[in-house]
Design a protein. Structure first.
Length: 94
């Protein structure tokens, strides 16, 4: 089941002149029956975005429950970003 109402929110605390921008962010898919109809859960995740715009590390900071956390962590590695840049050079950011 697709996580209805999936909300993408990115807060960046980096020194990059040009922060990464989302290019592709498919929603997480949770097992059927995990969420009640209309239920939403928030999962806060800290990610490392490489100079290539790919998520290289991710960890749950605030849980939405084990199955929802797993769905979010699994999909993050498919997300793509334009890389952060400092002095015009692509750099990794957390």
């Amino acid at each position: 089941m697709s996580l209805a109402g999936f909300l993408l929110a990115i807060a960046l605390a980096s020194s990059a002149e040009e922060p990464p921008a989302v290019l592709d962010a498919p929603p997480p898919v949770v097992p059927a029956g995990t969420l009640a109809p209309g239920e939403r859960r928030l999962v806060v995740v800290e990610v490392q975005i490489g100079a290539d715009g790919v998520v290289s590390e991710a960890r749950v900071v605030d849980s939405g429950g084990p199955l929802v956390n797993e769905a979010v962590l699994n999909v993050l590695h498919r997300w793509r970003f334009s890389p952060a840049r400092v002095d015009g050079v692509a750099v990794p950011v957390r």
